[in-house]
Design a protein around this ligand. Sequence first.
Ligand code: NAD
Length: 448
Amino acid sequence: MAESALLLRHGFTIAAVLAYSPTTSSSRRARWGAGQLFSTSLNISTSSSSPVVRARHGTGNAGVRVAGAQASASAEGASKCYRVTVLPGDGIGPEIIRVAVDVLRLVGSQEGLDFEFKEMLVGGAAIDAVGSPLPQETLDACRDSDAVLLAAIGGYKWDRNEAHLRPERGLLDLRVGLGVFANLRPATVFSQLVDSSTLKREVADGVDLMVVRELTGGIYFGKPKGFGINEHGERIAFNTEIYSTAEIDRIARVGFETARKRQGKLCSVDKANVLEASQLWRERLTIIGAEEYPDVELSHMYVDNAAMQLIRNPKQFDTIVTNNIFGDILSDEASILTGSIGMLPSASIGQSGPGVFEPVHGSAPDIAGQDKANPLAQVLSVSMLLKYGLGQERAAERVEAAVKTTLDRGFRTGDIMSYGKTLVGCLHMGEEVMRSLEASLPARASLH
Ligand code: NAD
């Protein structure tokens, strides 16, 4: 009962969660825990990276439930088992995802959530191993999971490959294959890092907004498109901005649901003074808002103004929903407000089935294998996975709080380092996040 109430409160995640209703650990294990298709070792041994976690969990292995987590969950009498497909990809991917999976295991054990992880190949690593950037086995495993945790793909090595053999192809095919049509990108300026922003402190401090971008429609996919010759014999090129009401309605609902989970304010960005597609967009947003989400405060803004307001007064925004091309541009603009690419997570979700949770940054080949990467965007992607993928808001908030506490305690990787702080590597940062998570437990225990 409590579970259905929880699902009902989580709107667009309902379908995703119902499609893969968590079952008891043992039945899950029988169906999913076996069969490592490519990798037999996840390389995410909590014992090697985190003394904090080792005491609680013992050693973790890929595709095998974590015994410690199960014990903790059973003790609280609420064992859930979620299947997470883990895609380390290339470059710094394996380093940062190792940290993120450790964090997910730990918060799971604290919150009575059980996870099974299956590591699969994607991107350049998959090209090298099996000659495809998205092997069918990887897509199948993703489809058969509750959520996909992706790190990053790409690198110099594959830059000259033909289009169908480039790592980026794997990412695009994954999004299409999972039908994820909504991209959620938060831009949060952490008070501890406010001086990393290019904006003045008083403008940047406190910025906490979310851009919800339509991902699979609009001008990037609309037809007709192509090249031609006009009546004057000149070469032309053209694309089509096209949206159906069904496409608008589904992204609108993601926007409203997201706003509901935040401060309850949704700003729809369009160009309705010029574009017919935007006029339909605005009409549908207004109708859905009035009929289904009267509790969410809806406003509309033209995209040129939105681009300006994001720099002038970003704190006026809570949640922004917009089409594919405007979202592409505005989400990049919003992310730069924070000043540090290593801190930015994202989520791509569909109508049903698993979402994809990944950092905004790429594979950073220039620092790969050197333990210099900032793992916090990946860890914050875990928080988004818990919140928007599984509807586990309390666990999500605890992960986010642990990141903030770790920053408060002065730990910084090279990309966010400032005077007087403690410079740490990727794994050490992960350990400190888990220490912060552990330290947050007594307060919770005292509530019971
Ligand atoms: P990038 O984001 O990988 O790196 C840009 C700069 O930011 C680099 O100096 C890098 O060292 C730094 N950086 C990125 N993430 C960091 C982190 N977590 N901690 C510390 N520093 C970090 O972008 P790029 O250099 O343009 O691209 C490198 C490769 O990544 C390319 O092959 C590109 O195609 C790919 N890429 C993949 C994705 C993805 O997987 N979603 C996104 C963008 C780029």
